[in-house]
Design a protein around this ligand. Sequence first.
Ligand code: ZN
Length: 170
Amino acid sequence: MIDNRKVLLLNSDYRALRFVTWERALRLMSREKVDIVSHWEDTIIRSIDGKIILPSTLRLKNHVRYYRKGPLKFSKLLIKKRDRFTCQYCGETRRSSLTIDHVIPKSRGGPTDYENCITACYSCNNKKNNRLLSETNMRLLNKPQNPIYDIYYGLYPSREQHPDWKMFLN
Ligand SMILES: [Zn+2]
């Protein structure tokens, strides 16, 4: 369970930087690089310093310069991360069966970009084939979005979301 729990790392100005593992969070805390903003109240960790409550959000004491580079390069891995490794048609999560599907097929002019490409399992991809969604009875679980407008690169959290993160993301 603890491995599902990521820790959101904020810059000193409270802008979200990325998610880190709890191990990394503990290292940042022991080096006194961060302040604790919020906790996973129900998760206690035993460390050499005794028991501590797992933080859910940390803020760096020193500002790091962070450049958001132009539009993100197309990446199949980032699409799968955005879609949380879940087929956007049927919800399949077996990673070995996941492929990238063009919602508007390439053969019908659909672009290869973040708004037209989604994660689909092999069988849904096959089933949809070269058809438009409107020509099938399939539906998307989520509208595909450009991750740069969504949240920062690498900022796809674990399955469990902490309610306090909402104010820092977007
Ligand atoms: Zn599927």
